[in-house]
Design a protein around this ligand. Structure first.
Ligand code: DGJ
Length: 551
């Protein structure tokens, strides 16, 4: 009898436990799906919107374009003509809180309503305390009350139009506006999920000196390095980025002391100190925002030139050499992002992703290389998304290569997201300096070459070659999708190298409602009689490829 009771209660416990687990999974799953969120898949991160994985085919508006609906009027069709699914648009503190505590969200509501009509999502950029180091978007009631809302001072005791991150009044003013904004987005938009992420501030950075010399800042500089940072450093000692690890090592891995005692004297310490306080400020307002509406939040960085010293570039921002400091100060900012106005695309993306963080590129100069780099980012880094800056500056949106590449990213999104984080996706980026790239995927080694290496066109003799790029996804054994422009691909078996690899079938086509539709079966001249897969410069295609081996 006793045995039976035990057995029964064990069974009930198991049964109830299982039911409870199912209930929690369903509840939690549903609750999560009710708002945009990030989700780990394998070793990568997905952005989930309306319950489905989402890749941002984005574009960021010029700074003043979204200040009125009238100014936006001619822009919307350009965005949809380029197959964007998301527009990154500033929201301006000065416009939403023109008087302290009095909010006007009409512009925000109209942007959301219009975006919905155009089938676009929005990433809001919170232009508040800092926009490119400066505080130009602070409302007049902040700018005009310097006593209450103090500024940064340089080493000559001169004030700048930069709010100091050391002031509690500055923090509370920004925080309460941000919280109101997030509350409003939640109330107005949660059911639709039009607003999918928010960038907190814009290109935070200290200029023209590496640190703030206001009295509040000086006081903090003489204090002990916060325990929170020191504990993070000790706990993550093996994982710290090498640049930061070296600074700490050089000074003897100290675990207590003020900023100069722990990190040494110099501009690098001024920068670390500022990075901590910028991140604390940003994480504090982000935390308040998330307590209201917990959609993904991120920050963006103006990249530094290696030959410049702190104070000569926007210092202390969310830069790769400071990423540990930024992360140690809080976890409410989900990730740090690079803005690209320099050509070293792989270099910087490698630095931003080296601790396994997701990659999102909110700004890239809208030059001829941008679309190709965007495709590469989604292939190689399995990025959450990409977004050229000043997206509305195009004259003939329908002809833009960006639109063509975004079109096949749109078609391939379910395939990419199904395979994300599993080592089945790669990206290729080629130009005249980097003519070829080898990729090992599944049972094959692929050699991707720039189309002009064939020398089949007179343009191949040109000084500058257009950029070329591709994404490759392995969907089954021996089956791959390759999409891109300007590439020629040959194949070898990986395992049995005495065999040859040949094309069993390659079809050019498209996805309609998630199903592949062949438009042309490629053979003959299109495959150089079976020798290669080619997507010429100027063509933008998806090809479905099946390979085989022969003796
Ligand atoms: C980077 C900034 O983040 C943008 O807002 C804009 O000012 C561009 N620079 C201009 O090139």
């Amino acid at each position: 009898m006793i045995f039976n009771i035990k057995k029964d209660s064990m069974f009930n416990l198991k049964k109830n436990g299982f039911v409870l687990l199912m209930f929690l999974t369903i509840q939690f799953g549903f609750a999560q799906d009710k708002i945009p969120h990030l989700q780990k898949k394998g070793n990568k991160t997905q952005l989930i919107v309306n319950g489905k994985p989402f890749i941002i085919r984005g574009g960021e508006l010029g700074n003043s374009s979204a200040t009125s609906m009238e100014s936006m009027e001619p822009i919307w069709s350009k965005l949809t003509d380029m197959n964007l699914n998301t527009v990154l648009t500033p929201v301006y503190w000065e416009l939403i809180e023109p008087q302290k505590g009095k909010f006007d969200f009409s512009l925000i509501d109209n942007l959301i309503l219009k975006a919905r009509k155009e089938n676009l999502k929005l990433v809001f950029l919170w232009f508040a305390s800092w926009k490119n180091s400066m505080s130009s978007h602070a409302p007049a009631w902040v700018k005009l009350n310097q006593k209450k809302y103090p500024r940064v001072k340089d080493d000559k005791n001169r004030s700048h139009e930069i709010l100091t991150p050391f002031s509690e009044n500055n923090l509370q003013a920004d925080l309460s506006a941000f919280q109101k904004l997030m509350q409003h987005i939640k109330d107005f938009d949660q059911n639709n999920q039009t607003v999918i992420m928010v960038q907190v501030e814009n290109e935070i950075g200290m200029l023209p000196t590496a640190r703030d010399y206001s009295s509040l800042a000086n006081e903090a500089f003489d204090k002990q390095v916060p325990d929170e940072l020191l504990k993070y450093m000790q706990k993550n000692k093996e994982k710290l980025v090498p640049e930061f690890f070296e600074v700490w090592k050089k000074n003897g891995f100290k675990t207590s002391g003020n900023w100069q005692q722990v990190f040494g004297k110099g501009l690098h310490t001024d920068e670390i100190f500022m990075a901590w306080y910028f991140s604390k400020f940003t994480n504090t307002i982000s935390k308040a925002g998330k307590e209201t509406y917990a959609i993904p939040l991120f920050v963006n960085a103006a990249l530094n030139a290696p030959e410049k010293k702190p104070g000569e570039y926007p210092s202390a921002g969310p830069l790769p050499h400071l990423m540990d400091v930024w992360k140690a100060a809080g976890t409410s900012v989900d990730f740090l992002s690079p803005d690209f106005y320099n050509p070293s695309f792989k270099h910087w993306n490698d630095l931003f992703t080296r601790q396994g963080d997701p990659l999102f590129i909110p700004e890239h100069r809208f030059d001829t290389t941008a679309p190709f780099k965007g495709l590469y980012a989604i292939g190689h880094y399995e990025a959450i998304g990409f977004s050229p800056f000043s997206i509305e500056s195009v004259t003939d949106a329908k002809k833009e290569p960006l639109g063509k590449i975004y079109d096949f990213i749109r078609q391939l999104t379910p395939v990419i997201e199904n395979n994300k984080g599993t080592g089945k996706i790669e990206g290729v980026l080629l130009d005249k300096e980097n003519k070829s790239q080898i990729i090992k995927l599944g049972n094959y080694e692929f050699t991707f070459k720039h189309d002009y290496t064939l020398n089949w066109s007179d343009a191949a003799k040109d000084e500058i070659w257009p950029m070329a790029s591709a994404i490759i996804i392995e969907t089954e054994t021996d089956e791959f999708y390759i999409a891109g422009s300007g590439v020629v691909v040959t194949f070898k078996p990986l395992k049995n190298t005495s065999l040859n690899a040949g094309i069993l079938k390659t079809d050019q086509g498209k996805f309609e409602n998630g199903l592949w539709k062949t438009v042309r079966h490629f053979n003959g001249d299109q495959t150089h009689q079976g020798r290669h897969l080619r997507i010429a410069v100027g063509d933008y295609e998806i090809q479905k490829l099946r390979l085989y081996t022969y003796e």
